[in-house]
Design a protein around this ligand. Structure first.
Ligand SMILES: C[S@@+](CC[C@H](N)C(=O)[O-])C[C@H]1O[C@@H](n2cnc3c(N)ncnc32)[C@H](O)[C@@H]1O
Length: 259
């Protein structure tokens, strides 16, 4: 029997896997799931020369989607549980429904959970929040659920912009989503959250500083523990003093204007 799909199980992180999205998409990408530091890439067929190292497994299930769905579990971070549309809702706390596989941000990555923890430690009631690199909109939508009054998400990837808008509608949450980066919006925000990689964070540090209110806070991640000093230096050059909390693999930075 011809397998319905192929799963490539790799130890490569989701962030690194995402770097190969274009070639994977061309090769028949169906979806990517990451859990416990392992990414599983689902493809329509087995590749002779995959862009990532890993072990192939045939997915015999006629509905490959069922196999992929079974791998994806809800993620609870503090009061928020991120669920896929087919998951049961939690009995308590806040449920955030995120359609996976459209863009980065199923909530499984340590950088996302780190930002979610930091956002919950802030009092967002009535605040303004900008999410730079919104992906699926997961952080922007969480901020709205946590009581923010105005939430704006921006992303340079148009698919992410569509995904975030679709997830906002699915959750009945009113956020603004625009294509572009921190310079696509004007004004200052009480909280700016930016889960970007170190190089991107460093390159947009000046724009982020322009968006963080005088008394505001920047919550940033996408920075590995090893590269924290690089990110802190780039933010300092832009006028933001940042402290880092190291995680298992990824750090979360909290920055504010130096006074
Ligand atoms: C690591 S994902 C974060 C997604 C989501 N915010 C989360 O925390 O799970 C980074 C996102 O930033 C976007 N991105 C990359 N460079 C960017 C830039 N210069 N400005 C805005 N978004 C950017 C990518 O398209 C991607 O959706």
């Amino acid at each position: 029997m011809t397998p319905a799909a192929w799963a490539l199980r790799t130890r490569v992180s989701l962030e690194e896997t995402n770097l190969h999205l274009a070639s994977l998409a061309e090769a028949g990408l169906l979806g990517i799931v990451e859990e416990h530091g392992m990414a599983t890439v689902y493809l329509t067929h087995r590749l002779d020369d995959p862009p990532l190292p890993g072990q192939w497994e045939a997915v015999e299930d006629k509905d490959w989607n069922a196999a992929w769905r079974a791998d994806l579990h809800p993620v609870r971070v503090g009061a928020i549980t991120i669920v896929a549309p087919w998951h049961e809702r939690p009995g308590d706390g806040l449920a955030l429904v995120i359609e996976p596989a459209q863009a980065f941000g199923t909530g499984h990555h340590e950088t996302t959970t780190g930002c979610l923890t930091s956002l919950q430690a802030l009092n967002l009631t009535g605040s303004t929040v900008l999410d730079v690199g919104t992906g699926t909109g997961v952080l922007a939508l969480a901020a709205k659920q946590l009581g923010a009054q105005r939430v704006v998400g921006v992303d340079v990837d148009l698919l992410a912009v569509e995904a975030a808008a679709a997830n906002a509608a699915a959750n009945g949450l009113d956020i603004e989503v625009y294509p572009g980066s921190a310079d696509a919006v004007s004004g200052r925000f009480d909280v700016v959250v930016a889960n970007l990689d170190t190089a991107t964070l460093s390159s947009v540090a000046g724009d982020l500083a322009q968006r963080v209110g005088r008394e505001g806070i920047l919550v940033a991640s996408g920075v590995s523990n090893e590269r924290v000093s690089e990110a802190v230096t780039a933010l300092a050059a832009a006028g933001l003093a940042a402290d880092a909390t190291l995680g298992r693999e990824w750090a979360v930075l909290a920055g504010s204007h130096t006074r």
